[in-house]
Ligand binder design. Structure first.
Ligand SMILES: [Fe+2]
Length: 218
């Protein structure tokens, strides 16, 4: 795990505090990646915003229990097409809980909701373009009787002066990825931009992944 990533982790209270100066080097390393491909919004973007939208989806304010499932951390940098960090971009995420259920009226599956999972979060990127979320590994769910969606996290990134980006994030090694009708619409290079590897942090034991995002200017 990079020192940079540990910084994000430390902000979430599960790692050691380390210097922030290394971030610059990581930002330039990330400069070679392609523009982030779009993916459909899907039917489960929140109709009404929940009260608790902070970066820790594993806890809901006012509740004492944590969400079910494996805790993971997703971090990243939002950049423009010239690889400069984009400050103040609003990064929104929403996802299914461990059972594969969304907290949305359009999700009519019999999967059970987790009252201790936050389902949606949003954060603004800092001056280095960084964002991070602590969440749980999303459950797979049936989109139709012949199609099960692999674990994924929905993203929407917006900021005045940039094209709004809607996409979905997937996890390397998931068998369902190969059969997903949405992910497989992308060409191989684009697919690689939205499939991340989760690595175990040696200190906390929490799997952590890096999803960098490139926005197009208007
Ligand atoms: Fe979904």
């Amino acid at each position: 795990m990079s020192i940079n990533r540990r910084n994000f982790v430390s902000k979430l209270g599960i790692g050691a505090i380390t210097t922030l100066t290394v971030t610059k080097a990581v930002a330039s390393e990330a400069c070679n990646f392609l523009p982030t491909p779009e993916q459909p919004l899907g039917p489960f973007y929140p109709k009404t915003m929940p009260e608790d939208t902070n970066v820790d989806l594993t806890r809901v304010s006012g509740r004492s229990m944590s969400a079910k499932g494996e805790v993971i951390i997703v971090t990243g940098i939002v950049q423009d097409e010239d690889c400069r960090p984009v400050k103040g971009a609003i990064v929104e995420i929403w996802q299914a809980c461990k059972s594969g259920k969304y907290n949305h009226p359009s999700d009519t599956s019999n999967n059970v909701l987790d009252p201790n999972f936050q389902y949606y979060a949003q954060v603004r990127t800092n001056r280095r373009g960084e964002y991070s979320f602590k969440t749980i590994f999303p459950g797979a769910y049936d989109a139709t009787s012949t199609w099960t969606r692999p674990p994924h996290i929905h993203y929407k990134i917006s900021l005045r002066g940039f094209e709004e980006l809607v996409t979905q994030l997937y996890f390397k090694g998931e068998k369902l990825n190969k059969y997903d009708r949405i992910l497989q619409k992308l060409n191989k290079d684009d697919r690689n931009e939205v499939v991340i590897d989760l690595e175990k942090d040696t200190r906390s034991g929490t799997r952590t992944g890096n999803f960098n995002i490139k926005l197009k200017r208007l």
